[in-house]
Write a protein that binds this ligand. Structure first.
Ligand SMILES: Cc1cc2nc3c(=O)[nH]c(=O)nc-3n(C[C@H](O)[C@H](O)[C@H](O)COP(=O)(O)OP(=O)(O)OC[C@H]3O[C@@H](n4cnc5c(N)ncnc54)[C@H](O)[C@@H]3O)c2cc1C
Length: 390
């Protein structure tokens, strides 16, 4: 019997590919009628690029990815560099895997095409997972038109996970007081000498601005986060007003003004950032969780997708050859939870650090060039395929 996966996002599809890579069968149930090709840029750090490469996706990803030369933090008003970390060849040499920037739609397409090609994976689209049950010998789930049985069920169904609710009851996520904007800027609309390929983060009081190249360098992806109350719509498809975005970043450096002026108005979206605290326990018996379903995180470490990708690799490693499925899922959870708790907590902490004001901001800028390197090394050097995983 196959492993059943609820949710065909980045986490669910990677898990299916990782299971197939280990010779196991997977069935993916996605509520949407097509794999979502919405969203914007994603940072795929070496810890997750290593997994994608091991799954044979380096070549199909190549036309879409950008390899940034460095990550740079700049001052919101005068643009002075606060800290810079080399990436590119340096990241490859240090961590044994590249640092990629990619459009979410491009990554989704590559994952979905690889899953469609795999004889070990069955994909069910337009199949929202509804009723769920388990017994000592297996699991079953129902969609609107059929019932399926399997060895185990993995809830990779995102922030509002149906599987998580089934296991632990419904609990609303928490609004973090931050609203995120995203926009895409065609590179041809920027001056020819527009800054080098870097992951750029601009720190300002109560807000920050991130931009980097995607789609092979044809587009600049912008994500900006602003502390705001009174607007709490969590949707990836809610359009934002250019005038509101411009007002949010009035007085910021000229490079930011140039980006905002060149942004494609049709690519402008706004969503409220929600999160949940780390869970005490993810799974029960033959059912467990993966990705945003068990550790949704703020985008302040750019690790949401990376953690979901790592989860899939570790899950497959634990399930291959397992006689006791419940014990294998417990092992998976024990291997993953300390790391995802660490990243969830770091993302929450960065939500404060990025937006500091006054003296605290001054102190932060002094230590920024060397602070955080150990945490980054711990994050990026992780190899999900080694026996211990950490
Ligand atoms: C549409 C969308 C756009 C995004 N864009 C960005 C972005 O631009 N930048 C960024 O950093 N992060 C983005 N994210 C978040 C990022 O992709 C996730 O944090 C990360 O990849 C974790 O992935 P996941 O697979 O765990 O969850 P998700 O990406 O949320 O995927 C969950 C999947 O489960 C499906 N699902 C939910 N309930 C059910 C059910 N009952 N039955 C069957 N299927 C179900 C959903 O339709 C979805 O496809 C986006 C997420 C989504 C859903």
């Amino acid at each position: 019997m196959a492993i059943l996966i609820a949710g065909g996002g980045i986490g669910g599809l990677t898990a299916a590919l990782a299971l197939a890579h280990q010779g196991l069968e997977a069935q993916v149930f996605e509520q949407a009628t097509a794999f979502e090709e919405i969203g914007a840029g994603l940072q795929i750090s070496p810890n997750s690029a290593r997994v994608l490469q091991a799954l044979g996706l380096e070549k199909p990803l190549r036309p879409y990815v950008v390899l940034p030369e460095a990550a740079q933090i700049r001052h919101w008003r005068h643009g002075k560099t606060i800290a810079e970390t080399p990436l590119g060849a340096a990241a490859q040499a240090k961590y044994g895997a590249p640092y990629y920037h990619i459009h979410r739609a491009d990554l989704m397409r590559v994952l979905a095409e690889a899953a469609e090609r795999s004889p070990k994976i069955s994909l069910h689209l337009g199949a929202p997972v509804d009723a769920i049950s388990q017994s000592p010998s297996g699991v079953s789930l129902s969609t609107s038109h059929a019932r399926y049985e399997g060895e185990a069920l993995i809830g990779a169904d995102g922030l509002y996970s149906r599987v998580r609710n089934h296991l632990w009851g419904e609990q609303a996520p928490r609004f973090t007081g931050n609203v995120a904007w995203r926009a895409l800027v065609p590179r041809e609309k920027l001056p020819a000498d527009w800054m080098a390929r870097k992951a750029n983060v601009w720190w300002g009081p109560g807000k920050h601005f991130v931009h980097y190249d995607v789609r092979g360098g044809d587009l600049v992806n912008c994500v900006c986060v602003v502390e705001k109350s009174g607007w709490q719509l969590e949707s990836w498809t809610h359009r934002g007003e250019a005038s509101e975005l411009a007002a949010d970043f009035a007085g910021w450096h000229g490079d930011i003004q140039q980006l905002l002026a060149a942004a494609d108005p049709d690519s402008l979206f706004k969503w409220a950032l929600f999160d949940r605290p780390p869970m005490r326990q993810w799974g029960k018996g033959r059912i467990s969780l993966l990705g945003d379903a068990c550790h949704p995180m703020l985008p302040f470490m750019a690790q949401g997708s990376a953690m979901a990708i790592e989860d899939g690799a570790v899950l497959a490693k634990c399930l291959v050859g397992a006689r006791d499925i419940a014990a294998a899922l417990q092992r998976y959870e024990a291997m993953r939870k300390p790391r995802t708790n660490f990243v969830q907590n770091l993302s929450r902490r960065n939500a404060r650090v990025f937006h500091l004001r006054g003296v605290a901001r001054f102190m932060r800028n002094q230590i920024a060039p060397w602070a955080g390197q150990r945490a980054m090394d711990r994050l990026y050097a992780y190899d999900a395929f080694t026996p211990s995983g950490d």
